[in-house]
Design a binder for this molecule. Structure first.
Ligand SMILES: Cc1ncc(COP(=O)(O)O)c(C=O)c1O
Length: 490
């Protein structure tokens, strides 16, 4: 009796599904909104949402369309030229179309009998990605929900491998030994916060994190790392892992991986490369060399929902020696019984932290197939160039100060008040908030050397240089308006 409501094998069910998909596409495929966001506050948005989430009877299609329109018109327009705050991309059309197939097939990647061809696609794609990064034939990996999960997984496997190797200790069986307090993880001052979060979650504590100084371009200093390693070792502490970042969130800086790899090897530490952002350079025609040394990683994470323009989530964790996955392996009789291994049946739950998991490899594959290597490379390089152009304009604008040369696709800068009496941090904070509140622009913010800064994160290669210049003018005008107090009088 529910056939028309659910996707069923009936023709009627299929026709209704096609209609629903096309109606949903019409709702999201409106012309680009004038504003990148509605600017409404959380309180104002809460007033728009009724808490009657489950009415006794279903609504009409008009009511449902109205609900969806409310959501659409109060979302950030990720493809708007004035949206440039986060590593948050406009998704590729090919990937969106593939999402319809992924969601409809609803394969679950945990066991072969739930996802036969999907398992093979993911396995092959992961091994192909390993080869693209220069990892050896022993490598393997898994799709993850993002860089946070990949960083967690890296430190989990690094921890378990260390405990097994040095103390013949299984963390999976016995938890952590008391000596684990001596383990240390080295990462740069500007490494992603999830490195520290992972250390806390893994029972190592945030005290296990040693933040290493960076150079003027926010890249980890090998000399400072060497010194930190020596100081720690002299104090009886044990180097568990070094986390290199290939593309820091704020500056796009890429740590000098070849040097860090030698230091990691000498210290017997695991080298994880957080390439959530910069991993895209693997496919860049102009900037691939920035990733030299990535092939020495024991593990690495690449986010495809950043500079690969995939809908969230889409990310991979790659592991140099697939045997390290053994430390998280568990067999469940109903899912991946031990016998399957001998029978050659692959169940990907064995290499993942998750059980039920999406077939995200498909959208990446379809995107690659649609674009081809040359166009993908041009999109990546075009986005980097857009940031460089914006930096040139900012450098030539007296009211703005460029805080760091862009190294990937971010531009970090600040508005410089015309008079020293003005509180520069306050103006920069207010400026960004006002752009958002007025629906004018969604730009980023961060702190650099303890001062408030603004940030463009260029993620849209279709944005033109003129549009970036317009955004820069908007920022400047907003700063001058705040300074003049004109907005207070308005
Ligand atoms: C360098 C870096 N690592 C990790 C992450 C976390 O990635 P995700 O948000 O995909 O979990 C980010 C997010 O921006 C990042 O920039």
């Amino acid at each position: 009796m529910f056939e028309s409501e659910f996707l069923t094998p009936t023709q009627e069910g299929k026709a209704r599904y096609q209609k629903l998909v096309s109606e949903a596409a019409q709702i999201v495929c409106q012309p680009l909104p004038e504003a990148p966001c509605s600017g409404k506050s959380a309180t104002a948005l809460a007033d728009l949402i009724s808490t009657d989430f489950l009415p006794d009877a279903g609504g009409t299609s008009e009511q449902i369309a109205a609900t969806l329109r409310t959501v659409v018109s109060n979302s950030v327009a990720v493809n708007h030229p004035h949206t440039a705050a986060h590593l948050h991309c406009p998704p590729l059309l090919a990937a969106l179309a593939a999402e319809v197939v992924i969601n409809t097939l609803n394969q679950s990647m945990d066991s072969f009998d739930q996802a036969p061809i999907a398992t093979v696609v993911e396995q092959k794609m992961i091994r192909w990605l390993c080869a693209q990064a220069g990892l050896p034939a022993t490598s393997d990996g898994t799709f993850t929900t993002g860089g946070s999960q990949s960083n967690y997984m890296a430190l989990l496997l690094a921890r378990d491998t260390f405990l097994q190797k040095h103390w013949n200790w299984s963390a999976q069986k016995s938890g952590l030994p008391p000596e684990a307090r001596r383990l240390r993880i080295f990462c740069s001052e500007v490494a992603h916060f999830t490195v520290e979060k992972a250390a806390s979650q893994l029972g190592l504590g945030s005290d296990a994190i040693v933040r290493v100084a960076v150079d003027h371009c926010f890249r980890m200093s090998p000399a400072a790392l060497q010194e930190s390693l020596q100081t720690s070792q002299a104090a009886g502490l044990l180097p568990l892992a070094i986390v290199a970042t290939a593309g820091t969130t704020d500056f796009g800086s890429v740590d000098p991986m070849p040097k860090l790899a030698s230091l990691a090897q000498a210290a017997g530490a695991w080298l994880h490369v957080d390439a959530a952002y910069g991993g895209a350079l693997l496919f860049s025609a102009q900037h691939r060399d920035k990733l030299n040394g990535i092939e020495a990683a024991d593990s690495l994470g690449i986010d495809f929902h950043k500079l690969f323009w995939q809908p969230i989530p889409c990310s991979a964790f790659l592991l140099r020696d697939s045997r390290h996955f053994d430390s998280i392996k568990l067999n469940a009789d109903y899912l991946n019984p031990e016998a399957h291994k001998d029978e050659g049946i692959p169940n990907l739950v064995t290499t993942s932290l998750l059980t039920t998991r999406r077939f995200d490899a498909l959208k990446l594959w379809i995107s690659f197939q649609t674009l081809g290597r040359t166009k993908l490379g041009a999109m990546i390089d075009g986005t980097v160039e857009l940031a460089r152009h914006s930096a040139r304009v900012i450098r030539d604008t007296p009211q703005l100060e460029l805080l760091c040369e862009p190294q990937l696709s971010t531009v970090v800068f600040r508005y410089v008040p015309s008079h020293a009496a003005f509180d520069s941090d306050q103006i920069n904070t207010a400026l960004r908030q006002r752009l958002f509140d007025r629906g004018l622009a969604v730009i980023g913010h961060t702190r650099v050397h303890n001062r408030q800064a603004l940030k463009f994160t260029c993620m849209n290669p279709t944005v033109t240089e003129n549009e970036m210049e317009e955004l820069i003018r908007l920022v400047m005008n907003q700063g001058m308006t705040i300074e003049s107090g004109a907005d207070r009088r308005a």
